[in-house]
Design a protein around this ligand. Structure first.
Ligand SMILES: Cc1cc2nc3c(=O)[nH]c(=O)nc-3n(C[C@H](O)[C@H](O)[C@H](O)COP(=O)(O)OP(=O)(O)OC[C@H]3O[C@@H](n4cnc5c(N)ncnc54)[C@H](O)[C@@H]3O)c2cc1C
Length: 354
């Protein structure tokens, strides 16, 4: 039996698809989502961290001042809808690796800081646990999203509306375009538009084969360090994020050649070697995971409607910052589709068709 038409069908239910679905639903749109669940999807492996200053030079996250307040508002709203806590405030401490790097950071930060707060750590990381001879800063506006809980609870909410399907969609053969919008015969599902939110697997996808991906594999460890009870995330060349008593996640590697989701010995050794440069307590590895981040060639997310086929849209390229960027960018896409507002040129999918 054919279902009543939806405003949009979303293909993919990682951070991009789930957040776009909520953004439209919160604006009164009827949304259906189709997802082929994969335990090694980037969103299910991600640590869920939002960190304002990162990378070797502690550069402000791109778009921070726009993205952070929107992320906070969005996740709090979803928590209210789902009646559960998903986003935890989790301050982040960054340990400097030399006097020179610390001095250079303070000079740069005084010039450009996007309103980010970076203060003396309170308290300073315990010297019994961490080696921090060159000092540290603490970022208080940092957080962690329980991504798996967010995705599972969002899926359940769609299920209650009879609006989600577990399946793999072939963008060419499973979707028909006609005068009324799009039609998916296998599900007898009709909608005005389809949005592809497929993460790194979208590389070379029929509609958007001109979009240039530069996916980056990432690996994470789960480690046990019973002696450490630090409640903040500690960053140096890698980060150590508390999960529960004595248990932490450690990440992450970046690798552009071997784009599979298999944990490797090299990945584990890379993370452990860097972790041991600042952790002074015995470490036991209890798990290792890997996934591929959907990063674009120009390191900017990609969103918008196909230039020749406005019934087909894309939301992708969240790279290493899906939790921070998804709510802001899903809002930009919804504003464009529902109210004709322009998408910033550096994010618009049109940039790949010029
Ligand atoms: C090791 C690691 C650590 C990370 N840590 C963080 C972090 O701490 N903070 C942060 O913000 N980001 C982090 N990230 C990045 C984050 O994971 C990504 O930004 C984000 O998950 C991308 O979400 P997505 O929805 O675009 O893709 P995905 O999570 O890959 O979701 C795509 C979904 O679409 C489905 N799909 C694809 N094709 C089809 C099809 N044809 N039919 C049906 N379904 C389909 C897939 O099965 C999947 O469920 C990390 C990534 C890695 C690898």
């Amino acid at each position: 039996m054919q279902t009543a038409p939806f405003d949009a069908v979303i293909v993919g239910h990682g951070l991009a698809g789930a957040t776009l679905a909520w953004t439209f639903r919160l604006r009164g749109q009827r949304i259906a989502v189709i997802d082929q669940p994969r335990p090694d999807g980037a969103s299910r492996v991600a640590a869920g961290l939002i960190t304002p200053l990162s990378g070797p030079k502690l550069i402000p996250a791109w778009g921070w001042s726009e993205a952070w307040p929107r992320a906070l508002t969005f996740y709090r709203r979803i928590e209210e809808r789902l009646q559960r806590t998903l986003l935890a405030n989790l301050p982040a401490v960054r340990l400097f690796t030399s006097d020179e790097l610390r001095e250079r950071f303070h000079v740069r930060f005084a010039r450009r800081n996007e309103g980010i707060i970076a203060r003396e750590p309170m308290p300073f990381p315990n010297p019994e646990w961490f080696d921090a001879p060159f000092g540290a800063i603490e970022m208080t506006e940092a957080a962690r999203l329980d991504v798996v809980a967010y995705l599972d609870a969002s899926w359940q909410s769609l299920k209650e509306d009879d609006a989600c399907y577990e399946a793999s969609i072939d963008p060419v053969h499973d979707i028909q375009l006609d005068n009324n919008g799009v039609f998916l015969p296998a599900f007898q599902l009709r909608a005005q538009r389809v949005f592809f939110c497929q993460g790194a697997t979208a590389q070379g996808q029929h509609w958007f084969d001109r979009v240039r991906f530069n996916p980056a594999k990432g690996e994470l460890l789960t480690v046990r360090i019973p002696a450490i009870t630090e409640s903040r995330t500690i960053h140096q060349e890698v980060w150590l994020a508390p999960i529960e008593e004595g248990l932490f996640r450690v990440g992450a590697t970046f690798e552009w050649q071997q784009l599979d989701s298999l944990p490797t010995t090299a990945g584990r050794e890379h993370l452990l070697a860097r972790l041991k440069r600042f952790v002074k307590q015995p470490i036991e590895v209890v798990d290792q995971q890997a996934a591929v981040r959907p990063t674009m060639h120009d390191f900017r997310p990609v969103l918008g409607l196909h230039p020749d086929e406005p019934r087909v849209g894309i939301f992708n390229g969240l790279g290493a910052k899906g939790v921070l960027w998804a709510p802001w960018l899903a809002g930009c896409l919804a504003d464009a589709v529902l109210h004709g507002q322009p998408i910033p040129a550096e994010l618009d999918v049109q940039r790949w068709f010029r």
